[in-house]
Ligand binder design. Structure first.
Ligand code: MG
Length: 232
């Protein structure tokens, strides 16, 4: 892919640069321990398994605008704790209120994130397109020391729509002053990032650290961010 005419690189944030799973697990384990007296019959791993299930399901619904943010934030904890018979409102609310405050403060990134962004920053203009919540994503960027790498940050809240809606990509290109032909999207989601970009004619790199099977053909696929230095 080297020798291309890219000028603008658009990154996804969660699960692409910011290690969402690791950061979430740290906070959930802390909150779980804080409520340990009420959760003695549950192992953290079992709770985390059910939380992950409900969180994925609810993010799917949120992604297609079937539920609002507040419902996602409540239901992922209410449903997973209810599976273990925990319906105490104070316990549910402890998770509901504390998780969104504490998770964005976590700073685990995927390997080579800063090294690769430093390399790319000297060659391209860098941007973010994220479906995450506006206030949350900026806290993450500042806490991780990533904010200065990016010229623009497009969220689903400031663009009004979520990936893979073409409008969020068009909005991000416009805010960045970028042309589609000289831009590239990099992200971990086949649907939201890669097919979303491909569908509007924007080149795309599929970040696939878990080496999942993928039937789609993208401009490039990588398993580690360090591979970007050979591509760009
Ligand atoms: Mg992602």
């Amino acid at each position: 892919m080297k020798d291309t005419n890219y000028h603008h690189i658009f990154f996804d944030l969660d699960h692409t640069l910011w290690d969402f799973d690791q950061n979430a697990a740290i906070v959930l384990r802390k909150l779980f321990l804080e409520c340990a007296d009420h959760l003695t019959h549950i192992s953290f791993d079992d709770f985390f398994d059910r939380y992950s299930y409900h969180n994925d399901q609810l993010w799917g619904l949120y992604g297609v605008d079937l539920i609002p943010q507040a419902e996602l934030r409540l239901e992922r904890f209410r449903l997973s704790l209810a599976e273990f018979g925990v319906t105490n409102r104070d316990i549910v609310n402890h998770f509901v209120l504390e998780y969104p405050k504490q998770a964005p403060l976590q700073t685990h990134l995927f390997p080579y994130t800063k090294e690769v962004l430093s390399y790319l920053k000297s060659r391209y203009r860098l941007h973010l397109i994220t479906n995450g919540f506006e206030e949350v994503q900026h806290i993450k960027l500042n806490n991780c020391g990533l904010a200065d790498f990016f010229d623009t940050v497009t969220t689903s809240q400031n663009s009004g729509v979520k990936k893979p809606n073409p409008k969020i990509f068009e909005y991000a290109l416009s805010v960045a002053g970028a042309e589609k032909i000289s831009s590239l999207m990099i992200g971990d989601s086949v649907e939201s990032d890669c097919l979303g970009a491909k569908n509007i004619g924007l080149d795309q790199v599929y970040f696939n650290p878990k080496k999942m099977d993928c039937k789609h053909l993208f401009t490039a696929q990588i398993h580690c961010l360090s591979e970007l230095k050979a591509l760009l």
